[in-house]
Design a protein around this ligand. Structure first.
Ligand code: GLV
Ligand code: MN
Ligand code: MN
Length: 396
């Protein structure tokens, strides 16, 4: 709740978008907390923030845990922040209990997981994992035209901790704690989800170019209405992507119509597509179909389709799943093994080290919503399971 102050909204959620002033304040809160407890903090060139608790063998690769502090524009208090704070709580608890571990433990707050202000999302973790190149994304702009490079520089300057070279640390393993963001754990009354993997995500940007014209004088037959074409495309794609089992997820989350005047026929529209499925082949096939269908249906407007990102589906490490499951059993928490519908930084970390995730229930499964909520009991349960899991790997 202390971190939820930064970017707090009237409806009880947070608007703490990546590399904003609110994001900086939350980062500095974590840094202050860490230094009060005697832990050192570092950041890397994409602004990932690390808090380190030394092990008895400082040369060993650290066990990593964490998540993200940035939020959706109308986000909740728990998506991301929970995973960072659960990690800090583990460090604190180990100090309180006077427990030394062989390996260092690092808690990380990844930069820009949400990808709502700057695209693509999971930016910090993907660069850390070598999946993306920092140079390739520095010119990305947010919807108001601010360049990522500038926002990043401001953040790095405003968070007074040393810069650490990108490849100076190789994680031994990575375990992320997160609210489920869906209804399954609550429905099944299980406080712990042992996450088996994450479905694949493909993002596309579409631009529809027509011709501006007078809304009163231009006959329908001679218009090139960019918004009318957009509606036709989206409606056809809704049909294309509706499956009986409701597995394929299709979302148009942003649509901008230009020039945005009531009495001018729109000359241009931009919209985003977020497409998800556990099977990468389906994502390839449906995404490719979107390219051809949009162009065919959008005529006489000109349609440009750009693939922004493709993150293949992830399978988590079986051994980490077992260790998490054993910890939950020992602590007498009901658990279920489940896939993740949402994307997480763990999907990129799984490319460079053994990786797993712990889910806890959230109220009615609601997330990416200011009403997002989780109970103190469930938050504590996830944190206790995380503590046991980290302790296991930190002494391996
Ligand atoms: C993360 O917030 C996602 O979009 O899955
Ligand atoms: Mn998240
Ligand atoms: Mn999110």
């Amino acid at each position: 709740m202390d971190v939820a102050v930064y970017g707090a909204t009237e409806k009880g959620g947070v608007n703490r978008q990546a590399l904003s002033q609110e994001d900086v304040e939350a980062r500095n809160h974590v840094v202050r907390w860490a230094s009060e407890k005697g832990f050192e903090s570092f950041q890397d060139h994409i602004g990932n923030l690390f808090v380190r608790r030394e092990g008895t063998e400082a040369n060993l690769d650290p066990v990593m845990t964490g998540s993200h502090l940035d939020s959706q524009p109308t986000g909740g208090r728990f998506d991301g922040a929970y995973g960072v704070l659960a990690g800090l709580e583990v460090l604190h608890a180990l100090n309180d209990a006077n427990i030394q571990t062989r390996r260092p433990i690092e808690v990380v707050a990844w930069t820009n997981e949400e990808g709502s202000r700057f695209s693509p999302g999971a930016m910090g973790s993907s660069i850390f994992a070598g999946v993306r190149d920092l140079g390739a994304i520095l010119d990305v702009t947010d919807p108001s035209g601010i360049i990522l490079k500038d926002a990043l520089e401001e953040t790095l300057t405003a968070v007074p901790v040393p810069l650490r070279k990108p490849d100076s640390v190789t994680p031994y393993c990575y375990v992320e704690t997160h609210i489920e963001q869906g209804p399954i754990l609550e429905e099944r009354k299980a406080p712990i989800g042992v996450v088996s993997g994450i479905q694949g995500i493909r993002r596309l940007n579409l631009t529809v170019t027509g011709e501006e014209a007078h809304a009163g004088t231009t006959p329908r037959r001679s218009r090139k209405d960019a918004f009318a074409s957009t509606v036709a495309i989206i409606s056809a794609l809704e049909n294309l992507t509706t499956d009986d089992d409701d597995i394929l997820r299709f979302t148009v989350g942003r649509c901008e119509v230009l020039p945005g005047s009531p009495n001018t026929v729109p000359g241009q529209a931009h919209f985003t597509i977020d497409l998800r499925h556990p099977d990468n082949d389906v994502l390839h096939a449906v995404g490719d179909k979107i390219h051809t269908m949009a162009k065919a249906i959008g005529a006489p407007c000109l349609i440009e389709v750009n693939d922004i990102s493709f993150v293949a589906s992830t399978k988590f490490d079986k051994y980490i799943m077992d260790v998490i499951g054993d910890a939950a059993s020992r602590l007498k928490y009901d658990q279920i093994i489940m896939p993740s519908g949402a994307g997480h930084d763990a999907m990129h970390m799984s490319k460079i080290c053994r990786t797993g995730m712990i889910f806890i229930p959230c109220l009615r499964g609601v997330s990416h919503n200011e009403a997002e909520s989780a109970t103190p009991g469930d938050l504590a349960a996830g944190t206790r399971v995380l503590a046991d899991t980290i302790l296991h790997f930190a002494n391996e």
